[in-house]
Design a protein around this ligand. Structure first.
Ligand SMILES: *[C@@H]1O[C@H](CO)[C@@H](O)[C@H](O)[C@H]1NC(C)=O
Ligand SMILES: *[C@@H]1O[C@H](CO)[C@@H](O)[C@H](O)[C@H]1NC(C)=O
Length: 351
């Protein structure tokens, strides 16, 4: 009898250890940035840059268009899942969700935004400073909901994902004369690095300690940019890729400096956004893709947002064969491969 009792206690303890081991690695995922990570905040703001209609989301749970710029899930969703949390990270402004849903993950990102205020002005989306305002609002709601002690634990131990920068170059610097008249592209990069540093210091001062910073992708290979490369046979625009590589090097320098300056901060730069994406684009077949030059939606050469329409008969039937979903955004499958490439590092650093 006594033996049975003791083995039962042992069994219970083993179970508890097992749950502790398979349980979530961080209490929550908190997201800032642009369309690479926006789960639908643009749905409720007055901008043209939306994706809450078909065919967006056709491979998402229930085939639902959520405002994610893909056929299915995006980077934070897969990262959340890899950390043992929910398979999606909901958008803060999505009325389907409330504070009880945001205890394990929340997204403040806005498609079209950048580090530079002038970038978010282009499509009238949420500027980065305002994402931080929403985050402050979230903090007080979370404290009211969980109590101060628990909420502070979540805010301190959460993994913060920060992913933006492409729009500052492709939607702002290279399109409008304002910043080009003020800065060379090298100077503009340094200007953005300054803004990135300010932003990271600010979320640190508000309590963030575990932060993953994502660099720029090979942005010269986005189908929309290839389309404009008329005299270059629609190859990747290497100038833009060079800027991305250079900017990522500067971000790494910033990351090293902030880790030195700010006690208890663990800030990690992830290379995957450029490195693995570049491999996929150069050798799509070795990752099981058929097409990297054009996107799945419509002609695949320029359609984004409202131009990517359900009624276009050219839209591909199997998005898994395409690297890009629309002319500016990756398919779900590409997102998954990028996250698979970065989770080893993230799990090692943050759990
Ligand atoms: C961006 O706009 C906000 C709000 O107006 C302002 O506080 C901030 O200083 C601006 N940033 C820059 C770099 O101009
Ligand atoms: C990530 O991708 C890079 C570039 O292709 C590769 O060198 C590296 O081995 C990959 N890492 C993992 C963990 O898959």
């Amino acid at each position: 009898m006594a033996n049975l009792y003791i083995s039962c206690i042992l069994f219970t303890q083993l179970l508890l250890i097992h749950f502790a081991k398979t349980g979530a690695k961080v209490p929550a995922i908190i997201v800032f940035g642009d369309s690479t990570v926006d789960a639908g905040n643009n749905n409720v703001i007055p901008t043209l840059l939306k994706s809450n209609f078909q065919p967006y989301g056709r491979d998402f749970f229930g085939g639902r268009p959520t405002g994610r710029f893909s056929n299915g899930r995006i980077l934070p969703d897969f990262i959340s899942e890899a950390f043992g949390l929910k398979p999606i990270v909901p958008a803060y402004l999505d009325s389907m969700y409330s504070i009880s849903d945001f205890t394990t993950g929340v997204c403040f990102a806005s498609a079209g935004t950048g580090y530079d205020n002038a970038t978010s002005d282009v499509f009238n989306v949420i500027p980065l400073w305002k994402e931080v305002e929403y985050y402050k609002d979230y903090q007080s709601k979370l404290r009211a909901y969980l109590g101060h002690r628990k909420a502070n634990y979540v805010l301190r131990e959460a993994l913060y994902l920060v992913s933006l920068g492409t729009n500052d170059f492709l939607e702002n610097y290279y399109v409008f004369p304002l910043r080009q008249s003020e800065f060379t592209v090298e100077q503009y990069q340094d200007f953005l690095i300054g803004l990135s540093g300010n932003f990271l210091r600010e979320i640190y001062s508000l309590g963030a300690r575990k932060i993953s910073l994502t660099g720029l992708p090979p942005m010269g290979c986005l189908p929309l940019e290839r389309t404009t490369n008329i005299f270059g046979n629609h190859e990747c625009i290497e100038e833009y890729n060079k800027v991305a590589v250079n900017f990522n090097e500067k971000l790494k320098g910033l990351v090293a400096k902030l880790n030195q300056d700010l006690p208890e901060l663990k800030l990690v730069f992830t290379e995957s956004m450029y490195d693995i994406a570049y491999q996929i684009i150069k050798k799509p077949a070795s990752f099981g893709f058929d097409v990297a030059r054009v996107a799945c939606c419509s002609t695949g050469t320029f359609e984004v947002s409202c131009l990517c329409s359900k009624s276009n008969p050219l839209t591909c039937t199997d998005a898994n064969k395409y690297v890009y979903w629309d002319a500016f955004h990756a398919t779900e499958r590409t997102n998954k491969i990028i996250v698979d490439n970065m989770t080893g590092l993230l799990l090692k650093e943050f759990s």
